[in-house]
Design a binder for this molecule. Sequence first.
Ligand code: NDP
Length: 600
Amino acid sequence: MSTTAETELPDLDAIRARYAAERDKRLRADGPEQYIQVKDDHVHFQDDPWSDDANQREPLTDEVEVLVVGAGFGGLVAGARLRQQGVDSIRFVDPAADFGGTWYWNRYPGIACDVESYIYLPLLEEVGYVPKNKYAYGSEIREHCMAIAETFDLYRDTCFGTRATELRWDDEISRWRVRTDRGDDMRAKFICLALGQLSKPKLPGLEGIEEFAGHSFHTSRWDYDYTGGDADGGLTGLAGKRVGVIGTGASAVQVVPHVAESAEHLYVFQRTPSIIDVKDNPPTDPDWAASLQSGWHKHRRDNFNALVSGVPQEEDLVDDGWTDMIGNLMKRIQSGKAQDFSPEGIQEMLELADLQKMESIRGRVDEFVDDPETAEALKPYYRQFCKRPCIHEDYLPTFNRDNVTLVDTDGQGVDRVTSKGLVVDGEEYELDLIIYASGFEVGTPLERRSGFDMIGRTGKTLTQTWTDGLRSLHGMHMHGFPNTFLMSIGQAANVVNYTHLLDEQATHLSYIVARAREDGLETVEVTADAEASWVEQCIEKVRERGGAFFTDCTPGYYNNEGLPRSSGSGPYGVGPGVMEFLDLLEAWRESGDLEGLRTT
Ligand code: NDP
């Protein structure tokens, strides 16, 4: 399924000027500081709606081999791969009451994943599961998280409803001491930090936010007691209610059609429109599922990864909006439209393929939205991967409903909150409910995002160590923090299919833990030199590849709200391309000499 029509393209210079003007309109001096932290007066925005915290227990003072902080997909794949290496003693610590991570917290109506289920859900062959549809809904994903935990016996030693408050290296015993908000003082030989990328909700720093007399919540903590219904919709509690949704990112796109169906009136407050591509979500063909041969999951995941990395393949197994781009590029080459294969020529080809895609996206808006002014406001003017592209069949047509108003703020955002509602451009919109679809903290200090810090071998905290940006080897090992593995994109690789990277990182760290067992090692720590050399390589790569692209992008969390980190070593700084990175990790393991790590 190709989603891009062959259209006559507008002039490249004109479109570049339009993109730049739209970006400039949105640039703000306060960049990421425009958002406020969910704490103090706002802390209720992150209360757990899914647990009554009944899981009381005595504080723990024992020792485990691996303590995993975070029970989402990162922690789950780490646990699974460690089990496969024969590691018995694994403990999970997570404030949630079950496995799932982002899929535990986010249960808003319509929640689904835009990356194909057959490649997004990890460990499908190991669990013996084939998803129900091409794109999975949130509840199915959460159930798969639990199935992984069951399959690999990961429930055995979990500390749920527990927030780590301090991780301190104790040099005398060569162990991490882990304190929590339940009074635990546990020891662990290895720590795996599987904290996710988008776990801490954030709020727009709007004046008057605490004055609102109606009800409000963040999408990641949906209040079904108020709205009624469930993740499939049926929000009967919204009957007669005036609802405002702030934000039009991937969460809002999924929420808006359901709210529109039940609210008396819905106002969607838009700063920047999202890309809305086709969502074709057929059920899984049982014959196809039965025909799958051993190794199919890896093969499909690798095929997708290669295509979205710009590496042509004989076939496009996933064939969706993500792989479409490379398809466009190949068509241009095959049709003879592209002939200049110099680095500049390739850049222009990519830009033209991008433009073709974006023209088709803008064309879809006219196709689905009746009112020309509303349609124009819903058209995104930026390059395809400046923001997370979305797929949805019902979002655009929702704006044809009489009870839905798009309040387009022309890039400026909501002005302020009052006791009655929201103000945009001097006009007050009276509301009963405000839904903050305002996203998550990215790149803020570890302590702020996770509620704990790590105090390493030298007494320095991780937050202090990262004052000038992330420092690591392979995005995973930090000098001064022995026996610690970080699972993250930063200084690793930026991927579309995040669980693929997590699984590769899990394979890598479980190999190192197994090696430590085999070789009788007490500690494994990256040397300062190896770390410095990797940081340099990452900075160089960002300069070569991503720098200019993200600087030219409209603001968002991908580019630190329009102020991209020039060093490339910030938490969203990336290492080599994902293909190169995965090959490099594999070669590192194959060489067998734990290069760059000091062991005792
Ligand atoms: P985002 O950070 O993507 O979106 C936040 C939204 O809030 C943006 O539209 C932003 O506008 C808007 N906003 C912020 N301040 C204001 C303001 N003052 N006035 C008006 N609007 C404002 O958060 P999401 O939760 O939507 O998505 C986060 C990520 O989670 C996604 O990028 C994706 O990676 C993942 N996700 C994936 C899903 C999927 O697979 N379908 C579903 C949901 C989430 P602006 O764009 O101008 O900054």
